[in-house]
Design a protein. Structure first.
Length: 268
């Protein structure tokens, strides 16, 4: 699924760097249950960034994918071997300096985030960069509204669970099936994330799930993963095209439903 044509910044010698939009995947190195690779979030962020770069180029905009940030803020997974977290503070500084440096020559930098634990660092660093008049923004890899996520619409009839469960396992089956150990997939704690979040923040994932899974990966399928991936890319593309950044520096999704003109009541 990783497009052979996806343009990479590092393939350009410096005289050819140009002034592109640089999409930087931001992932993690953290446990994803007994069946998924540690770089699951980095794989997802990279695929979304590559798709965005291809769409921008198809629209006549020079765009490249930068090397991914493969370490993130994953303290909640630290009780599981394999996890390497640099924490929110270090990630914040990394994003700040990366953005400052790249904006010396890039048209724009867009961080494409694949891990929820990185949001605090992004929401801290990117507004500072924007205050410094640097053209930087970030967006999440979410399947968009309707997929059960917080942003929620209307079309996608696929359940979305929190971590290394059905949705994430399906996505990896679609993107990189050879690295999914499906015979090891087993249910974890599949209580709604809202019920777990307090204890999870305080004591980490291990306190609520001994195998590191939040959800149930056993019904995962590549077809479902392909639909979720398409929905993530569509959501990211809609955010990029709309181009509106919220107070966290995050590219906002198009608003739900048809827009209503507040003065005339006309629906557009
Ligand atoms: Zn993940």
């Amino acid at each position: 699924m990783i497009g052979p044509g996806a343009p990479r910044l590092v393939d350009r010698p410096w005289p050819d760097a140009g002034r592109p939009v640089v999409l930087v995947p931001v992932g993690s190195t953290e446990q994803h249950g007994p069946h998924l690779p540690l770089d699951t979030d980095t794989v997802v962020a990279s695929v979304v960034a590559e798709a965005l770069a291809e769409r921008l180029r198809a629209a006549g905009v020079d765009a490249v994918v930068g090397p991914p940030v493969a370490y993130g803020a994953s303290g909640e997974h630290q009780a599981f071997a394999g996890t390497i977290s640099i924490g929110t503070q270090a990630l914040t500084f990394l994003l700040l300096e990366l953005g400052r440096s790249a904006c010396e020559w890039a048209e724009r930098v867009v961080f494409v985030n694949g891990h929820g634990g990185n949001v605090e660092a992004l929401a801290t660093a990117v507004p500072v960069l924007i205050d410094e008049a640097r053209p930087v923004a970030w967006l999440p890899c979410v399947p968009g509204r309707g997929a059960g996520g917080p942003a929620g619409p209307d079309v996608l009839d696929v359940p979305v669970d929190a971590h290394a469960g059905r949705s994430e396992t399906s996505i990896l089956l679609a993107l990189d099936a050879g690295r999914v150990l499906l015979d090891r997939a087993e249910p974890g704690n599949d209580a709604p994330i809202g019920e777990l979040i307090g204890e999870l923040r305080e004591r980490g994932v291990r306190a609520v799930s001994s195998n590191g899974v939040l959800g149930d990966p056993t019904a995962a399928s590549a077809d479902e993963g392909a639909a979720l991936t398409d929905a993530m890319i569509a959501d990211a593309w809609a955010r990029l095209q709309r181009g509106r950044v919220d107070e966290r520096g995050c590219l906002a999704p198009p608003s739900r439903g048809p827009a209503v003109d507040p003065t005339t009541g006309a629906v557009s």
